[in-house]
Write a protein that binds this ligand. Structure first.
Ligand code: AGP
Length: 614
């Protein structure tokens, strides 16, 4: 999950590279650096451990300028966070600089070979190995492109690189092998940009070319030339990114997470737009098409995902089984490929992944592909690996999600699952026109319901002031809202560091009831649905043991308001869409608790936005 930025053009590369790294901070990192070919032909390098501010101060005090440059935020995999292990790496000649994302799996053997040839290493990283290989080929008379091609033929593992070379100061050479995070080339006017992901360069251009697996790109200020690693030329496909550059900034909010929570009425509208035809009572999925025969032949859907996206998958089981009557299994991406799943051509494996780069989810997709499944993805990042390897995909259209804790992408993936359920239900003849129109009408009213919940933000902030010093919490839910109990607990623990567990409410008496005391708030999702009476009973059991209950209840439910210690009201919502509405108070509660506890909400400790290493 390292961040990469590059520039080649008439402007000074330094501020562009540093600005791009700043917009990639959310990816999580422990050191940063940049390299620029200076006017005197020498490469200037600045690297610093810790947050980006350290590097900015270093560059202020000891400037480096030039018209071609690369930068990197590093998430340590080999070698502790330090200046010498920070990227870019420049080998021994000082004429080549490289930044790298991924893991060179055979780096130790390569390093031993190079050391046996008398080469000395300045760092403990795997990345430096490739710079030495490139230098050796350059010394043999190769140009940069050829040297990189030859060097990469030695490399094993999923990796992405960007190189610059002081003797060819008009270009960057970039290449990727496997799923090590993307490489995007931004097409400017007489200047070009390279980045590991879109927000880093979106303010300069919306026109992007994605470097695919086993491809190389030579980038000069006048354009990009793409070839496969076997030398075969590739006609680059230009994607125009609809995201508004400002949208990727915080706006008036204090944190990206806060902004993204409050964007959900709009992001859900964007997710629905163009897909649900209210008058016709029809759902269309522009990038996932099936014939009625294919839909009817479907025997099973297996959802694979990680973290919050896995909890979306658990909701998806309820939704797709209810709307399309096809069995759904849900697996963690990290578990799926180790259980020898039963798959055939009538199985659809559906990956849910905001980043589209989560290595466990991508590995599950590869396993599904090898076993002959139909491969689908619900994904947010346009051009991501998951989007590109799927047979069909449904974009979340949530816009850039910068906060490490996923919020709007989660609710957009729930809407995509609902759209998929309606789509399959229609094709399979499970939903008739009247039923479809009702489902689509329910969906059309969802943004308004979400907006009403967001207006209650002040209530969640007041509640957070009561519980900010607690160290444990228990979240209970039933049915389609059990995954929301899991997600509410995950939100709390990942940004406030309060230990929180989500549990199926019916399981409380089989263990967790032993934990109940006045120190541990119990958040109970007890909205008026077919399991309400069971939830009411659960709340009574907690109260009978001196516990504290925060009930998520349907507006007007005075009975629950009387029974619970605190109540968070939500508007009545159709059952299959209720998780979208019910998760929002839990997102806001976690947010305000984390802020009250002084936590780094957008970049929680130890976490990264996209987990691209195992
Ligand atoms: C969610 O708040 C976390 N950031 C994490 O669990 C995340 O959902 C998980 O890593 C999956 O990411 P993806 O959706 O990009 O695959």
């Amino acid at each position: 999950m390292c961040g990469i930025v590059g520039y080649v053009g008439p402007r000074d590369a330094t501020p562009i590279v540093l600005g791009g790294l700043k917009r990639l901070e959310y990816r999580g990192y422990d050191s940063a650096g940049l390299a620029v070919v200076q006017a005197d032909g020498r490469i200037g390098v600045r690297r610093e451990v810790g947050k980006l501010t350290g590097l900015l101060e270093m560059v202020d005090g000891d400037p480096v300028n030039g018209q071609v440059g690369i930068g990197h935020t590093r998430w340590a995999t080999h070698g502790e966070p330090s200046r010498r292990n920070a990227h870019p790496h420049i080998g021994v000649t000082g004429e080549v600089a490289a930044v790298h994302n991924g893991i060179i799996e055979n780096f130790f053997a390569l390093r031993q070979e190079l050391e046996a040839e008398g080469r000395h290493f300045a760092s403990e990283t795997d990345s430096e190995v490739v710079v030495h290989l490139v230098e050796a080929y350059l010394a043999g008379g190769a140009d940069l492109e050829t040297a990189v091609l030859r060097a990469l033929s030695h490399v094993e593992g999923a990796n992405a690189f960007v190189f610059l070379y002081s003797r060819e100061p008009d270009r960057l050479v970039t290449a990727r092998i496997g799923n090590a995070g993307g490489i995007t080339v931004g097409l400017g006017e007489g200047e070009m940009f390279v980045a590991s992901d879109i927000p880093a360069i979106l303010e300069y251009t919306r026109d992007m070319v994605f470097v695919e697996d086993r491809q190389m790109a030579v980038v000069t200020r006048d354009g990009v030339r793409v070839t496969r690693l076997d030398g075969e030329p590739v006609e680059p496909e230009v994607h125009t990114i609809p995201w508004d550059p400002v949208a990727a900034a915080k706006g008036t909010f204090r944190h990206f997470m806060q902004k993204e929570i409050h964007e959900q009425a709009r992001s859900i509208t964007d997710t629905i737009r163009g897909r649900a035809r209210l008058e016709a009572g029809h759902v269309r999925l522009e990038d996932l098409e099936l014939t009625p025969e294919e839909a009817r032949a479907l025997e099973k859907v297996i959802i694979v995902a990680c973290g919050t996206s896995a909890y979306a998958g658990l909701v998806g089981k309820f939704v797709i089984e209810a709307l399309a009557r096809v069995p759904v299994e849900v697996d963690y991406g990290s578990e799926f490929r180790y259980r020898d799943p039963i798959i055939n051509g009538n199985t659809a494996v559906l990956a849910i992944t905001q980043s589209g780069e989560t290595v466990d989810t991508l590995a599950a997709m590869e396993e599904a592909r090898e076993k002959g499944a139909r491969l689908w993805a619900i994904v947010n990042v346009i051009g991501s690996q998951a989007m590109r390897i799927a047979d069909g995909y449904i974009l979340m259209h949530a816009g850039p999600e910068i906060g490490v804790a996923s919020t709007k992408a989660f609710t957009s993936s729930l809407v995509d699952l609902y759209l998929l359920g309606c789509y399959l239900g229609e094709l399979r003849g499970v939903l008739d026109r009247v039923q479809l129109r009702q489902r689509v009408d329910d969906l059309a009213r969802l943004p308004d319901l979400v907006g009403r919940v967001l207006e209650l933000d002040g209530e969640y902030q007041r509640l957070a002031n009561l519980f900010y010093d607690r160290e444990h919490a228990l979240y209970l839910g039933r049915g389609i809202n059990y995954p929301i109990a899991l997600e509410g607990a995950l939100k709390l623990k990942e940004i406030s560091y309060i230990h929180a567990e989500g549990y199926p409410a019916g399981e409380m008496k089989h263990g967790p009831i032993a934990l109940i005391d006045e120190a541990m708030p119990v958040v109970a999702i007890a909205v008026r649905d077919h399991v309400y009476d069971k939830m009411f009973s659960q709340v009574e059991q907690v109260k009978a043991r001196g516990g504290i209950v925060v009930a998520l209840a349907t507006r007007g439910d005075e009975e629950m308001a009387t029974k619970a210690d605190y109540v968070l009201f939500v508007p009545p919502t159709p059952y299959l869409l209720s998780p979208v509405v019910n998760v929002i108070p839990l997102q806001l509660l976690a947010y305000h608790l984390a802020v009250r506890r002084g936590c780094d909400v957008d970049q929680p400790r130890n976490l990264a936005k996209s987990v691209t290493v195992e």
